[in-house]
Write a protein that binds this ligand. Structure first.
Ligand code: C2E
Ligand code: MG
Ligand code: MG
Ligand code: MG
Length: 285
């Protein structure tokens, strides 16, 4: 009987792996049609200067509305798109769309900086620097209005290649942020070689910032590191007034998170910007 159970267990295991492979294949197939089917859109999360309480920019975040499965979160499909290379085309679409939006907002009197997530796979592309600069030109966006968010994994495969490309982008006027700082293979060597201007404290350290002493110390350390290396620190995932207060007292300059706003579709983002700034003016009056 034991043996039979074992056998059944084994079959169950094989069946579940088989299903996983099929699901993954299906996801890849759906992903390959998603661009052409217009299933992607971007949402924008405001980034706030904690000193002036003004919105200084927005991070563009990708959303995939699957025709049958509904919204699929980026943490689920980006890794798949990275492993089969689809991220190259998708990432170019994101950049194009974000620049189009930035140009539109500028023409309406809100020249906000737009932050776009750049996958390590994109950065490895030979033509990536030219692709980015051409996209800016096409939309007539000054390079200073674009920020690229890269993670520490981008530096790992070919450090000198990544350094060279980021330097070209930086020389053109684009700013570079290290996203999810502290979760990857952080090395001070990278920071020294990279033309980086912003460090984004990962939201996992912000969530329990005021209840977990280790998280407090990690956040403090990143803020101090930013100060000594002359990098602007951005806290992501700020959800409460207490977190915002602590971070601003501690000298963290920028923040984003649900406390201010969730990532919003363009129209709602515009309304948010207007009411947020109107509120500040009222408070100062
Ligand atoms: P990320 O770049 O670190 O983005 C921050 C994530 O935190 C976003 O999740 C955002 O919606 C979420 N977030 C913002 N504020 C809060 C908060 O107060 N609390 C909590 N719990 N979460 C908050 P999202 O949009 O699901 O994106 C997840 C990740 O997917 C991003 O992390 C980024 O790594 C990747 N991603 C999203 N869009 C793109 C894209 O266009 N290209 C690439 N390569 N990756 C992208
Ligand atoms: Mg990001
Ligand atoms: Mg992040
Ligand atoms: Mg992340």
């Amino acid at each position: 009987l034991a043996k039979q159970n074992g056998h059944n267990h084994f079959q169950f295991y094989v069946a579940s792996i088989d299903q996983e492979i099929r699901e993954r294949k299906q996801l890849e197939k759906d992903l390959s049609n998603a661009l052409a089917n217009h299933e992607f859109h971007l949402v924008y999360q405001p980034q706030i200067n904690l000193e002036t309480k003004r919105i200084i920019g927005a991070e563009a975040l990708l959303r995939w509305e699957h025709p049958e499965r509904g919204m699929i979160p980026p943490d689920h499909f980006i890794p798949v798109a990275e492993s089969n290379g689809a991220i190259v085309e998708i990432g170019q679409w994101v950049l194009d769309q974000a620049c189009w939006q930035a140009a539109r907002w500028a023409s309406e009197g809100s020249p906000l900086r737009i932050a776009v997530n750049l996958s390590a796979v994109q950065l490895r592309q030979e033509s990536i620097v030219d692709d980015i600069l051409n996209t800016l030109k096409r939309h007539n966006i000054p390079a200073g209005r674009l920020e690229l968010e890269v993670t520490e994994t981008s530096f790992m495969t070919n450090l000198s290649d990544a350094v060279a490309k980021l330097h070209r982008l930086h020389r053109a006027g684009i700013s570079i942020a290290v996203d999810d700082f502290g979760t990857g293979y952080s090395s001070l060597t990278y920071l020294k070689q990279m033309p980086v201007q912003h460090l984004k404290i990962d939201k996992q350290f912000i969530r329990d910032l005021l209840v977990n002493e280790e998280d407090t110390r990690i956040a403090n350390t990143i803020i101090d590191l930013g100060k000594s290396l002359n990098l602007t620190v951005v806290a992501e995932g700020v959800e409460t007034a207490e977190q915002e207060y602590y971070l601003s007292q501690r000298g963290c300059k920028l923040a984003q998170g649900y406390f201010f706003s969730k990532p919003l579709p363009p129209k709602e983002f515009e309304t948010f910007v207007h009411t947020f700034h109107a509120r500040i003016v009222e408070n100062n009056a």
